[in-house]
Ligand binder design. Structure first.
Ligand code: GAL
Length: 394
C-alpha cells in the first residue's frame, strides 16, 4: 500500500471532527514513521564479516587489499578494483575509492587511479599487477599520496616495484609519478659490516618467493639488489605523529620485511631503512600505533591461500621488533579466520577501538572477494582478534 493510500485508509468514513483530527494526527504520525523507516531501510548498522557488502548503489564493495584514510570527518577506503573470473586479479581498471562517515555505509567515489590503455607502454598499463594500494595525506603539501605494489604487464611477479601517484583531491584522479625498486644504492641501517664489505658473496640469483635455499643473509640478497633497488611486494604505509611517513614492504624474495622512511613529500625513499624478521617471509603487513608502541600484523607467504597470522611490537618503528605470535583467538583452522591482513584502522573518537581489515581472496572469481573486519582486543602489550559473525562499534 502506498503512503497516500495508507493515509486515506486511516481517514475514510470518519465524520466526527474530533475523531477526524485525532485520526489525522495519528495518520501523520504513521506517515512520519513510514518515511523515517524508508529513509533508513538501506542503512547498514553492523559489520558482517565474509558477507556481501553493498555500497550506496547496492553493489558489493570493490576495494581489495586496501587501506583507509580518515580525513576531515570522513573515511576513504582505497583498494584494488577486481574484475570477474580467474583473470580478475590483474589490474583491468585501477584503484577504487569509497567514502563513509560511519564505516558501515560506503559511497562509491569511483576510480581514484585508473590503469592506462593497453598498448600504451605505461608501467600501469591495463593488465599489469597493481596490489595493496594505500593513500596518506601530506600536510606540508596539502595533497594525497598513493603507493602500491606494481608488477608491469607480462612479467609475472618478477618486477617487485613500488608505484607512487599523487592528487590534490582525496578521491582522485591520482597522477602516476613512477615505479621503482626502493632504496637503490643504500645499505639498510642494520646491515652488517660483512654484508657491506662483500665478504658474503651474492650469487645474483632470484628465487620463487615462498622459500629460499638458505638464510637471506648467507645469500646476501641486499647486496644482489643494491644497485637496482630492493625488491618490494606486499606493502603498507604508516604516518607517525611527527608526520614522518614509512613504507613497509616484503623484500628480498619476500623473505624479509623492510621498513623505509619516505621523504617529506612522501613521494620517494630516503635511503633510510631497516630489515626486520629476516627469513620469516612476512607478507600483508598492517601497522598501527597505540600508547607509543608500534604494532604489526602480517601473514605468512602462501599466495591467495590464507595462512596463520603473525604479530609483532616495537618501541621504535625502525626496530627492534619483537614477534608476539598469532593474535587470532579461536581460529581453529589457523588461517586468520580465512583471511589475510591488509590494514588496521584506528576508529576516530573511540579510544582503543581498532579494526582488523582482512581479505578473503577468491582467485577463481576475483571480484567476489570478501572483507573480514574484526575488532581488536588488547591485553598488556598484545592485541587479539576473535571471530564475530556480526558486530558493531561500541
Ligand atoms: C599474496 C599477496 C597478495 C597477492 C598474492 C598473489 O600472498 O598477499 O597481495 O600478491 O599473494 O599470489
Amino acid at each position: 500500500m502506498t503512503q497516500y493510500n495508507a493515509l486515506n485508509a486511516l481517514c475514510i468514513n470518519n465524520t466526527d471532527l474530533n475523531t477526524l483530527m485525532k485520526n489525522k494526527l495519528f495518520s501523520l504520525l504513521i506517515a512520519a514513521i513510514i518515511l523515517l523507516s524508508c529513509d533508513n531501510s538501506n542503512k547498514i548498522r553492523s559489520f558482517e564479516p565474509g558477507e556481501i557488502w553493498p555500497d550506496n548503489n547496492g553493489i558489493h564493495i570493490n576495494a581489495h587489499g586496501g587501506g583507509i584514510l580518515f580525513h576531515k570527518g570522513k573515511y576513504y577506503w582505497f583498494g584494488e578494483h577486481k574484475t570477474e573470473g580467474n583473470t580478475g586479479n590483474v589490474a583491468n581498471v585501477g584503484v577504487h575509492c569509497y567514502s563513509s562517515k560511519d564505516l558501515y555505509n560506503w559511497q562509491d567515489e569511483g576510480i581514484a587511479l585508473a590503469v592506462m590503455p593497453e598498448g600504451s607502454g605505461s608501467p600501469i598499463e591495463k593488465g599489469c599487477i597493481l596490489e595493496r594500494p594505500k593513500v596518506i595525506y601530506n600536510k606540508k603539501n596539502n595533497n594525497y599520496v598513493m603507493w602500491f605494489h606494481l608488477e608491469p604487464k607480462g612479467g609475472g611477479y618478477t618486477g617487485a616495484l613500488s608505484g607512487v601517484a599523487v592528487s590534490d583531491n582525496i578521491t582522485g584522479p591520482y597522477a602516476f609519478l613512477r615505479a621503482a625498486r626502493p632504496n637503490a644504492g643504500h645499505w639498510p641501517l642494520n646491515a652488517s659490516e660483512q654484508m657491506k664489505s662483500g665478504a658474503i658473496p651474492s650469487e645474483g640469483k632470484y628465487y620463487g618467493g615462498g622459500s629460499l635455499p638458505a638464510h637471506p643473509d648467507s645469500l646476501n640478497l641486499v647486496a644482489r639488489d643494491f644497485g637496482g633497488g630492493q625488491m618490494a611486494r606486499d606493502m603498507t604505509l604508516f604516518v607517525d605523529d611527527d608526520q614522518k611517513a614509512y613504507h613497509i614492504y616484503s623484500s628480498e624474495d619476500n623473505s624479509t620485511l623492510h621498513i623505509a622512511l619516505l621523504n617529506d613529500d612522501y613521494t620517494d625513499h630516503t635511503g633510510i631503512y631497516t630489515r626486520q624478521f629476516l627469513g620469516r617471509f612476512m607478507e600483508a603487513p598492517a601497522m598501527f600505533k597505540k600508547d607509543s608502541k608500534y604494532y604489526l600484523m602480517m601473514s605468512g607467504c602462501t599466495g591467495w591461500a590464507p595462512n596463520q597470522a603473525r604479530s609483532a611490537v616495537a618501541d621504535d618503528i625502525l626496530g627492534e621488533w619483537t614477534e608476539l605470535g598469532d593474535p587470532c583467538i579461536g581460529d581453529n583452522d589457523k588461517k586468520t579466520f580465512h583471511s589475510q591482513s591488509t590494514f588496521i584502522l584506528p576508529v576516530q573518537g573511540r579510544k582503543n577501538q581498532y579494526i582488523y581489515m582482512g581479505d578473503r581472496w577468491t582467485p577463481k572469481n576475483a571480484i567476489d572477494g570478501r572483507y573480514i573486519w574484526l575488532p581488536l582486543e588488547f591485553e598488556g602489550d598484545k592485541f587479539f582478534i576473535r571471530q564475530h559473525n556480526e558486530w558493531s562499534l561500541k
